[in-house]
Design a protein around this ligand. Structure first.
Ligand code: C2E
Ligand code: CA
Ligand code: CA
Length: 291
């Protein structure tokens, strides 16, 4: 009934994924709550490189749940659940805490990397969220510009007035704000111009399609141009091969991220990966317009 009402469909077939009260789901909710309390969630990190010279600028933190029976669970399977059950707030706090601890550690070992954290719509509607971020930055002695927050257009558009208020506070704290999955939402250019964001993160579906689809290539190039004209940094995610990277570098895209560099990795793999990557940079540099 709720699904039918929500979609204004009149009627709907029963489907367990729409049933917030099905017993398996309730068990998972209880387990997720426990997982947050018992620190069973872990963050994996995916490198973000300068598209122009291959140097690593930062890492995106992506959460995983190490379930005692089911093994590693990916965020698509529990973030929506957390969003519907009030668990997203403690989950986001947990992720921010762990990501900032990691960022502090990088800087202590001489690696000047930023960390980028994904937010859900609820954080943007929470007027106390900026204070929570401020407290965590202070706890880990992390200067605000080292932290990037990624939010989607749809999370902003769910309540633009309130979201703008929270974004303005975060921006005044000198945090860097990115619009994730850019190109898939509905924000108008007029609205975009008013948002205090620094970065457009081009949705991976366009980037992954670039090599074989001229339309996708035109879309990516247009977003990079739009970013440049608005004074915004552009990030391309979903970079899976050198050909795509070369095109992005040619278009003037700022940052590349994707399986071509690395899949998201656990923190203990980062040092080894960074050394291996550094030895690949001269080789990459040959293929890139700017060495
Ligand atoms: P996203 O923010 O768009 O993250 C990028 C996703 O694309 C990641 O999946 C990443 O593993 C995958 N990816 C990266 N490079 C490539 C590539 O070259 N090719 C392909 N095919 N895929 C690539 P993941 O880690 O499963 O995350 C899925 C989504 O879960 C994220 O999408 C984000 O929306 C959400 N998420 C992850 N961590 C958090 C979190 O801490 N909080 C919140 N609220 N959401 C999170
Ligand atoms: Ca993201
Ligand atoms: Ca994305």
């Amino acid at each position: 009934m709720y699904a039918a009402k929500e979609r204004r469909a009149g009627c709907e077939m029963y489907a367990t994924e729409h049933d917030h009260y099905d017993p398996a789901r309730l068990t998972l909710v209880a387990e997720l709550r426990r997982a947050i309390d018992h620190r069973e969630l872990e963050l994996h990190y995916q490198p973000m490189a300068s598209a122009q010279n291959g140097h690593i600028r930062g890492m995106e933190a992506l959460v995983r749940w190490r379930h005692p029976e089911h093994g590693l669970i990916f965020p698509d399977q529990f973030i929506p659940l957390a969003e519907h059950t009030g668990l997203i707030r403690p989950l986001t706090a947990y992720v921010l805490d762990a990501a900032l601890a990691q960022c502090r550690q990088w800087h202590e070992s001489g690696r000047g990397l930023f960390v980028s954290v994904n937010l859900s719509a609820q954080s943007l509607l929470d007027v106390h969220f900026p204070q929570e971020v401020e407290a965590l930055l202070a706890k880990w002695h992390v200067p605000a510009p080292w932290l990037k927050l990624e939010l989607t257009e749809s999370s902003i558009m769910s309540d633009p007035v309130r979201a703008l208020r929270v974004l303005t506070k975060l921006s005044a704290m000198r945090l860097s704000l990115s619009i994730d999955d850019f190109g898939t939402g509905y924000s108008s250019f007029a609205y975009l111009r008013r948002l205090p964001v620094n970065t457009l993160k081009i949705d991976r579906s366009f980037v992954m399609g670039m090599k074989n689809d001229d339309n996708d290539e035109v879309i990516v190039q247009s977003i990079v141009d739009l970013g440049r004209n608005l004074g915004l940094e552009t990030v391309a995610e979903g970079v899976e091969d050198q050909t795509t990277w070369d095109s992005l570098a040619r278009f003037g895209c700022d940052i590349a991220q994707g399986y071509y560099l690395s899949r998201p990795m656990p923190p203990e793999s980062i040092d080894g990966w960074l050394s291996a990557w550094a030895s690949r940079i001269p080789e990459l540099g040959n293929a890139l317009p700017i060495a």
